[in-house]
Write a protein that binds this ligand. Structure first.
Ligand SMILES: *[C@@H]1O[C@H](CO)[C@@H](O)[C@H](O)[C@H]1NC(C)=O
Ligand SMILES: *[C@@H]1O[C@H](CO)[C@@H](O)[C@H](O)[C@H]1NC(C)=O
Ligand SMILES: *[C@@H]1O[C@H](CO)[C@@H](O)[C@H](O)[C@H]1NC(C)=O
Length: 253
């Protein structure tokens, strides 16, 4: 009887200590993981720190993503433009250059043509029409988040003005204006690879045309879901709300 009781007692203490041991082990493991992460994040320097800019090289494709229509006064749908932007971002990734992104992107021409804007733009210049139907890029995409995959800056940023100034000073030693040169050549030819800035004049109708090897699956570096997943925080929150409302609505039926 006594043995029996003693046995069950030791079993009870054993089962009481083992969760504590498990907990201690878990806490230790988590602490170690945090330590490793914090060490990693301090050793990898912040890509937006001023020192980093000195080492950056840039790729510029122009100030508008797609420019269809005689005077760029119309714009393609968002899907089309995202394909074009992705094509440019892939080149930047391939060349390991910071991509200089247009600070505005034209969207929703159909709504604008049908809507209130239609009357007031009757006499507007194509420039005004474009401005009226375009959105600030950083209201559409989370530029910082995008930069974690491909460093990007906007073409209205201080950094870009600084690059322009520097490349002007350096002249041909700082910038190359290219059209129809393959990205492989841009990477391998030392004439291009060391330059501060590569200014590619992309296909005026659609940047997407620069990615002719789209059918070659191994040439695709960014998935179709990349840009949608980089939507600006506000848009993501809004989408979340719409989704939530939609589910609530469905649930209430
Ligand atoms: C548009 O231009 C025409 C001719 O130049 C002018 O008569 C008209 O008042 C203008 N309309 C607006 C809304 O500015
Ligand atoms: C890029 O090249 C085009 C065509 O040569 C030129 O019109 C444009 O001004 C250049 N832009 C920059 C920033 O160098
Ligand atoms: C497909 O792309 C890969 C990577 O860029 C390249 O090495 C390969 O030669 C391409 N194949 C064809 C058929 O173009």
């Amino acid at each position: 009887m006594a043995i029996q009781r003693g046995f069950s007692k030791s079993k009870a203490t054993k089962s009481a200590t083992s969760p504590i041991l498990v907990l201690a082990a878990t806490v230790t493991a988590i602490a170690i993981i945090f330590l490793i992460f914090s060490l990693l994040s301090t050793t990898s320097s912040n890509p937006n720190s001023p020192q980093h800019h000195q080492l950056r090289r840039y790729l510029y494709w122009g100030d508008r993503i797609d420019c269809p229509g005689k005077h760029c006064d119309s714009c393609e749908g968002l899907g089309h433009q995202e394909s074009s932007l992705r094509c440019a971002l892939e080149e930047a990734l391939f060349l390991q250059r910071t991509f200089v992104m247009p600070s505005r992107m034209c969207i929703n021409p159909i709504h604008n043509k049908k809507g209130i804007l239609h009357h007031s733009v009757a006499n507007a210049t194509s420039e005004e029409m474009w401005a009226g139907s375009s959105c600030a890029m950083d209201s559409l995409y989370d530029v910082d988040r995008m930069s974690e995959t491909i460093p990007v800056i906007l073409d209205n940023s201080k950094e870009w003005y600084h690059v322009l100034e520097t490349s002007m000073k350096l002249g041909a030693r700082g910038v190359a204006h290219v059209q129809g040169v393959s990205r492989v050549e841009l990477k391998q030819d030392t004439h291009y690879s060391g330059l501060l800035l590569i200014n590619r004049t992309a296909s005026p109708l659609s940047w997407f045309m620069e990615c002719k090897d789209r059918n070659n699956r191994s040439a695709i570096m960014l998935p179709y879901s990349f840009l949608p997943s980089m939507a600006a925080r506000k848009l993501r929150d809004a989408a979340e709300k719409v989704h939530l409302t939609h589910n609530l609505f469905k649930a209430s039926l």
